[in-house]
Design a binder for this molecule. Structure first.
Ligand code: GDP
Length: 297
């Protein structure tokens, strides 16, 4: 299936590396744990999370008295499973929702919005898009192509217009047309970071004020191929923009899928969708147990 294929590179690299460590030791000792910890860090699981996993392994090994490194793989799966549990309990609500998509340029924001629009349209939902990246006219043009492809309406203003006004108009139009899903794109870059964060805060206030009974989501799109850089983006946006979830794109093109574990464990943010290709049906709801199984089985 798609998750399995999308995670193939990550699985090949991560499991091969872990197995290499397991096979190069005859017993579990401190050298073994040090080597394993280094390996997990190389697998983009993040320093903090890798240390935590190894501490947990040490304590389980102590409890069971096991000495054969062969037991480690199953224990690792168990620990990662436990860490990831509860990270997928909510996808997009069945209630009408306003979704704000944020993330730096090139991560796959427009593509993700297009895929979401097409998927929900196919499920019989009414979707409307708002082109609130008014910084570049090309951004609205590109989103327009996806809107047309998906067969959904899109609200846009002129280049340089107030993005919060686009979001306002999109919500109003969505409410008037009975939309189930109102999805707004945002700029990935402005003159500087403070500008961008101020603008996102202003848009958030418009949503808070106008979204009425709708559920609200602020989804940060991260490019999995950027590894720890993506985790750092999530950390920054989490503090200032109040994100409620992550969309992790381009899992298919990278061995750095381990960042899913770091995002959940270090940042406590749910990964809601993963992108596993460029096509319209290549966006998958994230299910933690499927992710763990795809890695280990
Ligand atoms: P934006 O600047 O954030 O809006 O990024 P775009 O949506 O324009 O995407 C940038 C590039 O990433 C495009 O070439 C997309 O086709 C590609 N892309 C987006 N999501 C995925 C994905 O899940 N897998 C792969 N392989 N490519 C993707």
């Amino acid at each position: 299936d798609k998750i399995k294929n999308g995670l193939k590179k990550t699985k090949d690299s991560m499991i091969r590396r872990v197995e290499t460590v397991i096979h190069s030791f005859t017993k579990i000792d401190e050298d073994f744990f040090e080597e394993l910890e280094e390996t997990l860090i190389l697998c983009d699981i993040g320093v903090q999370t890798s240390v935590k996993i190894c501490d947990e392994l040490r304590s389980r090994i102590k409890k069971t008295g096991a000495t054969d490194p062969a037991v480690i793989k199953d224990m690792l799966k168990e620990i990662i499973s436990e860490m990831m549990s509860g990270s997928d309990e909510m996808h997009i609500s069945t209630k009408p929702s306003v979704i704000l998509m944020i993330g730096v340029n090139g991560v796959g924001k427009t593509t993700t919005i297009g895929k979401l629009a097409a998927n929900y349209k196919a499920q019989g939902k009414k979707v409307i898009l708002g082109a609130a990246d008014t910084f570049r006219a090309a951004a609205a043009d590109q989103l327009g192509i996806w809107a047309e492809r998906a067969g959904v309406d899109m609200i846009r203003h002129a280049e340089g217009a107030d993005p919060a006004a686009v979001v306002y108009d999109t919500i109003k139009a969505g409410q008037a047309r009975g939309a189930d899903l109102i999805i707004c794109d945002t700029a990935g870059r402005l003159h500087n970071k403070k500008n961008l964060m101020d603008e996102l805060a202003k848009i958030s206030r418009v949503i808070d004020r106008e979204a009425g009974d709708c559920d609200r989501e602020i989804l940060l799109v991260i490019d999995a191929t950027t590894g720890q850089n993506g985790v750092n983006q999530a950390r920054e946006f989490k503090e200032t923009a109040g994100i409620t979830g992550i969309v992790l794109t381009k899992l298919d093109g990278t061995a750095k899928g381990g960042i899913v574990i770091a995002i959940k464990d270090e940042l406590g943010l749910p990964v809601k969708f993963v992108g596993v290709g460029e096509k319209i049906d290549d966006l998958q709801p994230f299910v933690a147990q499927d992710f763990v199984n795809a890695l280990f089985d």
